[in-house]
Ligand binder design. Structure first.
Ligand SMILES: *Cc1c(COP(=O)(O)O)cnc(C)c1O
Length: 375
């Protein structure tokens, strides 16, 4: 069986984990954490990057940093992972679900003006599959209303829009280093702070509401409770593994690009004949090569495709169930029909096996199986 995902060490991960284990410093914010943060800061040209225990936690920090609270509204795409919404709902805010564009499956910037109200406290975007949202229009619109933008950049690290890194547009952006992402340490994440005014409080929230970060830098002679906060610092063991991955970013991204392009080239003619859509990359987007999907014409064909692929030894997966029709989303006024593009994409989309260490022969098996399918 070709698995859907198969994460693994590809560089110095194990060497660094051993070094961390023998260093006498297993907690967070040691040398490995700092080296990961510096690398990511360089990639994004961010004011500050803080490693976190997950992307979910980085999103929770974003909600705290923007002082989102009860009565506030946060606009986000319905077609995303629950954490994009939950982080803000935890603060008492109301999620306002935006539909997605049919071509990129990213938040539909044309739908935003009608969703903005005087209570809108943030707009959260997701660069689905690592292909950028229309950040020019989104930033212009948000800026004209004075609304901060948060990029949930779980898919988009090393992707670009108009030549600029995804994750560098919003006041804040978040990354995931979960098993399923391009770069992993099993469970992990990061918060990029692009607005320097938010750096000091970000450090405090991440350190249980204390100024321990400044204390460790010798800037204050004791540390104390200053604000809300929680425990969002990952252990050095995880940072050590992650550093091994980040150092190999060129190899990882070029392997993934090759897999993505081969799927596209091999499936294009079949897809056109069968009425199947493949990922669309707008001209101004440099993809992060996070995932490859095919879009079947309808739920029935999609289910048959997944079963067919399984019988041929390839593990394929559908993706997000739209948040606006989830039991929780309905509590915020979500109803079927409100985000029709999200609903259709959710029914029709299948993700093909896609991982950095995927072999050519594994990929050939997936491709041959797909080419044998008739809608
Ligand atoms: C994976 C993912 C997350 C959550 O990441 P964790 O690191 O597992 O918390 C959030 N948003 C999106 C869009 C994701 O794909």
């Amino acid at each position: 069986m070709v698995p859907f995902n198969a994460p693994g060490a590809i560089g110095r991960e194990m060497q660094y984990v051993q070094e961390a284990a023998h260093s006498g410093h297993l907690a967070g914010d040691g040398p490995f954490t700092k080296r990961c943060e510096e690398r990511l800061k360089g990639v994004l040209d961010a004011s500050r990057v803080l490693l976190t225990t997950s992307c979910t936690h980085a999103l929770e920090m974003a909600a705290l940093l923007l002082r989102v609270g009860p009565g506030d509204e946060v606009i986000l795409p319905s077609f995303t992972f629950v954490s994009t919404a939950n982080a803000f709902v935890l603060r008492g805010a109301t999620p306002v679900f935006a539909d997605i564009r049919p071509d990129t499956l990213n938040i539909d910037e044309a739908a935003l003006p009608s969703l903005i109200t005087p209570r809108t406290r943030a707009i959260v975007v997701v660069h689905y599959a690592g292909i950028g949202c229309a950040m020019d229009r989104i930033m212009a619109l948000a800026g004209s209303h004075g609304i901060p933008v948060v990029e949930d950049n779980a898919h988009g690290l090393f992707g670009t829009f108009a030549g600029r890194p995804l994750g560098s547009f919003g006041a804040l952006s978040t990354m995931s280093f979960h098993d399923t992402k391009n770069f992993t340490c099993g469970e992990g994440g990061a918060l990029a702070v692009n607005d320097p005014a938010l750096i000091e409080r970000a450090e405090i929230l991440r350190e249980k509401g204390t100024n321990r970060s400044r204390f460790f830098r010798g800037e204050v002679d004791k540390y104390t409770w200053l604000d809300l906060g929680s425990s969002y610092v990952p252990s050095e063991m995880l940072s050590a593994f992650l550093l091994g991955q980040l150092e190999e970013h060129e190899r990882i991204q070029s392997a993934r690009e090759r897999i993505f392009r081969r799927y596209g080239d091999a499936l294009r003619a079949w897809a056109a004949l069968q009425g199947v859509d493949l990922p669309h990359v707008p001209d101004d987007c440099g993809p992060a090569w996070h995932l490859f999907y095919v879009r079947l014409p309808g739920l029935e064909a999609r289910q048959r495709f997944i079963a067919h692929m399984k019988s041929c030894g390839s593990h394929c997966l559908f993706h997000y169930l739209p948040l606006h029709i989830s039991p929780m989303g309905r509590q915020f006024g979500g109803r079927p029909g409100r985000c029709p593009v999200s609903e259709r994409a959710s029914d029709e989309l299948v993700r093909l096996p896609f991982f950095t260490l995927m072999t050519e022969s594994d990929q050939s098996q997936v491709i041959d199986a797909a080419l044998a399918f008739r809608t």
